[in-house]
Design a protein around this ligand. Structure first.
Ligand SMILES: [Cu+2]
Length: 454
């Protein structure tokens, strides 16, 4: 009964508890309060076990933060976890002090303490938020939510606007989160923490109401730790209209859908074909088996019956990199299973790979450096264009994300045959904040360093 949305790892069993979220409306500033704490969620099917989670405001995903482009936001975070935490606002080109990276841009928020984040989102689009302290655990336990910045479309352009937050959870047979594997060196040295249970918006099967002939916007967000997912709408060929919150000219998706690496977002426009009573499946197609993840349920209703290509979303103002004066840099990724590090620099000393793994839990290196370096790996002047060659010498795909900036992808080489192309055509026309670099791939990105900080 569970098999349709279970990834091939093992299986499990679940249910839910959602408290109202606290949003207070002030005059000019959008005010939110976000409380991370332990709770439960119904990730499995009716009458199955409840799952122990950590959640923002007791819901998985956390509350949708919906704000306006160019309008200030204030978000109070009250940490009711037993661990220090922070929140990172992924994809928001934000003041560095508000970026939420523990021990780099702020001290982590201790248990029982609070922190106020203030920012003014410069871009309209689909973003998300999550902890940036022990992310490998806090994210996997359920701490994430969507952050929608409005202002890229006019009202009435789409009949509905749905956000679909996709996650894979690693659950045991009894429905509880598999805790023993947190920090597992095996996961860390291979492809990361993969889950076995897929949820959309924290539900076993998401059900979204639509009317036949409607034009709907679906904002997909991949909040999993490590799994690149691929989504398709059965018998439909949607348009991609934005990647990582930045608009692209509408491009039809491939027949098997659209690929979304961890932390990436894809906005789709779907013109719904169907009759009242039809259930249109949302399928996950990255594996050998198509997993049914949810449904668009066709209802009776009036339609606008649009047939044309959808309009472009309104562009954001992102500084174009100046390739004529760019500084060329390289980021070489090494280590991990299959190509373990011979040695790397760690906290100022060259240490052999075996000791790095056993004593320091360090398995990977950027440019021969394991963990964070004392000094910056690179420095840029304000307004300087950086051309960064991402060289993946490992046997594993890596999603690389630049904070506080969006970049152009200039080129990609040597994609292995078994890897499906990651929306190459669309990527070439977009700014992104996260790029999936496949094993043995070299990808070149460029951005203007216009947002000071670490
Ligand atoms: Cu980010």
């Amino acid at each position: 009964m569970l098999t349709r949305r279970i990834f091939l790892l093992s299986s499990v069993g679940a249910m839910s508890a959602a408290l109202p979220l606290s949003i207070t409306d002030a005059s000019a500033i959008a005010n939110y309060r976000v409380i991370p704490r332990a709770g439960t969620a119904s990730l499995l099917e009716e009458n199955d076990a409840v799952t122990n989670v950590w959640a923002y405001n007791d819901t998985v995903p956390g509350p949708t933060i919906r704000v306006q482009k160019g309008k200030p936001v204030k978000i109070e975070v009250i940490n009711q976890l037993e661990q220090p935490t922070t929140i990172h606002w992924h994809g928001i080109r934000i003041d560095n002090s508000m970026d939420g990276v523990a021990n780099l841009t702020q001290e982590p928020i201790p248990p029982g303490n609070s922190f106020i984040y203030r920012f003014t989102p410069p871009d309209a689009g689909t973003f998300w938020y999550h902890p940036h302290n022990r992310t490998w655990e806090q994210l996997a336990r359920g701490l994430y939510g969507s952050l929608i910045v409005e202002g890229d479309s006019v009202s009435g352009e789409f009949d509905r606007d749905y956000t679909i937050v996709a996650d894979d959870w690693r659950l045991q047979q009894n429905g509880l989160i598999h805790e023993e594997s947190f920090g597992s060196l095996h996961d860390w040295s291979h492809t990361g923490r993969l889950g076995n249970i897929l949820t959309l918006n924290g539900k076993p099967y998401e059900n979204l109401d639509v009317v036949a002939d409607e034009r709907i916007r679906l904002r997909f967000i991949n909040t999993s730790n490590a799994r690149t997912m691929r989504f398709a709408i059965d018998r439909h060929q949607p348009w991609i209209v934005a990647l990582d919150g930045q608009p692209v000219p509408p491009i039809k998706t491939q027949a098997d859908g659209v690929s979304i690496a961890p932390a990436q977002r894809v906005d789709l426009i779907v013109d719904v074909h169907g009759k009242a009573g039809n259930k249109i499946t949302i399928v996950e197609t990255s594996g050998a088996e198509r997993l049914v993840a949810g449904y668009l349920n066709c209802k009776e209703g009036k339609t606008n019956g649009r047939k044309s290509t959808p309009p472009h979303l309104a562009a954001n103002t992102v500084a174009e990199p100046d390739l004529t004066s760019a500084t060329d840099l390289e980021l070489v990724m090494s280590g991990g299973a299959m190509h373990f590090l011979a040695s790397a620099n760690f906290k100022g000393n060259e240490i052999d790979g075996r000791t790095l793994a056993r004593q320091h839990k360090q398995l990977w290196a950027f440019n021969g450096q394991a963990g964070m370096s004392e000094d910056p790996m690179f420095a840029a002047k304000l307004g300087e264009t950086i051309k960064l060659k991402l060289i993946n010498e490992t046997a594993w795909p890596h999603a690389i994300h630049i904070h506080g900036h969006h970049f152009r992808i200039l080129n990609r080489q040597a994609i292995q045959a078994q890897e499906k192309p990651v929306n190459l055509k669309e990527e070439a026309q977009s700014f992104r904040d996260t790029i999936l670099v496949s094993p043995d791939e070299v990808a070149e990105i460029a951005f203007m360093a216009d947002n000071p900080g670490k």
